[in-house]
Design a protein around this ligand. Structure first.
Ligand code: EPZ
Length: 417
């Protein structure tokens, strides 16, 4: 039986907890190491399953990776292979982030089409349209994207929708293209900005990262650098909700408050007391949260990656809430499991209507995707009795030692092999 977490709920969490670095910033940063022959040193890299998968992928493409006391140095002196194989890409969609760098640095790439995942189809058509605009020849052969370009040429790209890794792929490709590329409708997530910071330190010329219009003036080559990965705003948000849902008093440190504005505004609406410092947030949970409506949207809107966690809090609210998920078409997988713990949630397409209950009952539940598993852990922390969350490998993809962090705050939570 795969690893599971056993949680005896009802303990108000207390104390201070440090946030790890952002998975969704570490992954593009590792892909960016393909853009130069020099070493790219990354510090504060989280030790996560997805990070290890990306390390393995860039190694198969020619990277030498050295881990030195918490630092990770990646050097791709030469790209020795341009294939991102299906077995790797199918376990982690973010593997598609090697596509842009490979075409820009090496002139060719064969990346397995990622296929769908639990939360949706998640196509990469915007990535491919943008690369074609930059002059790449794109073909789909036997489930692989085959992309070729002698030298990419700058273009004006307007994506049909806001895509985080699409913006990141195109930014990395444009960094080595001839001329100045403009990406309209670009994603504004902090992880996109962090990648632009890294690329700039490597010698790229980027303006407007974090706004819907990003300009990249291509250069002939990029250099190595050192870069510290930003804190994980989703882990921070998850830990803040843990403090709120258990009615505790928790200080979450090493975070960037500006990355959490939409979430904190929503939690304030629910009656959660938040004290915001320069790099920390102190959260004191309400006796019982108030109901509130949530609609997910691209940054700086309410993050889809926090939707399941906040729905879990709203499931205990005094009143009825509506959650509208606008980013992914199937991101309510946690609803059926929460219902098994006593939640009263009706879903209809992209909308979930939650009628708050006074408490959850502990129960055996099953994780389905990364953030749904975090939501089930939160429900278990608040529930009366024991909750067992199975298939916890979903959690390990994006949370570094979550049960250790929660135990340090007083939670009764144990991992069982
Ligand atoms: C990134 O995924 C994150 N992953 C996701 O986090 C996050 O949920 C998502 O952005 C939205 O914020 C990483 O950064 C590694 P999108 P990404 O491209 O880039 C559609 C987690 O929990 N779309 O912004 O794959 C797509 O189907 C993960 O850490 C197209 O139609 O998301 C989705 O509905 C889960 N065509 C929407 O756009 C495309 O070419 C947003 O997707 C690209 C995307």
């Amino acid at each position: 039986m795969p690893a599971r977490l056993e949680i005896d709920g009802g303990v108000p969490l207390r104390g201070s907890v440090r946030v790890s670095a952002a998975k969704n910033a570490a992954l593009p940063a590792l892909a960016a190491s393909l853009l130069t022959a020099e070493p790219v040193r990354l510090t504060n890299v989280p030790d996560l399953v997805d990070v290890r998968t990306m390390v393995r992928l860039v190694e198969t493409l020619g990277a030498t990776i050295r881990r030195e006391h918490g630092e990770l140095a990646a050097q791709v002196a030469r790209v020795t292979n341009d294939v991102a194989p299906y077995d790797l890409v199918s376990t982690m969609r973010a593997s598609v982030l090697v596509l842009g760098p490979l075409v820009a640095r090496h002139g060719s790439a064969r990346v397995a089409l990622p296929g769908g995942c639990a939360i949706g189809v998640r196509p990469i058509d915007q990535h491919l349209k943008g690369l074609a605009r930059l002059g790449a020849e794109i073909a789909i052969e036997n489930g692989y994207v085959v992309a070729r370009a002698s030298r990419l040429k700058a273009a004006r790209i307007a994506t049909d929708l806001v895509t985080v890794t699409g913006t990141e792929n195109l930014m990395m490709a444009a960094a080595l293209a001839e001329g100045t590329t403009v990406i309209e409708n670009a994603a504004r997530e902090p992880e996109v900005v962090d990648l632009a910071t890294l690329l700039t330190a490597m010698g790229a010329r980027i303006r407007g990262a974090g706004t819907p219009r990003v300009e990249i003036e291509g250069v002939s080559e990029l250099a190595g650098t050192s870069h510290r990965i930003i804190p994980d705003r989703i882990e921070a948000g998850t830990l803040i909700v843990a403090g709120a849902i258990t009615g505790g008093d928790v200080t979450v440190t090493d975070l960037v408050p500006d990355h959490l504005s939409a979430l904190m505004a929503k939690l304030g609406e629910c009656g959660v007391a938040l004290e915001v410092g320069p790099t920390s947030v102190r959260v004191r949970g309400p006796g019982r949260p108030r109901a509130a409506d949530v609609t997910t949207s691209p940054f700086p809107g309410f993050p889809t990656d926090m939707q399941a966690q906040v729905m879990t809090l709203l499931g205990l609210a005094d009143g009825q809430s509506r959650v509208t998920e606008t980013i992914f078409e199937n991101r309510f997988m946690h609803v059926a499991e929460l219902a098994r713990m006593g939640a009263r949630i009706e879903t209809d397409g992209a909308i979930a209507v939650i009628r708050g209950v006074s408490c959850y009952q502990g129960a055996p539940v099953m994780a389905s995707d990364l953030r749904a598993s975090a939501a089930l852990v939160l429900a278990g922390l608040a529930a009366h009795g024991r909750t067992t969350v199975s298939r916890v490998y979903h959690l390990d993809r994006g949370y570094e030692g979550l049960e250790t962090k929660l135990t340090a705050l007083g939670a009764r939570i144990e991992r069982r092999a």
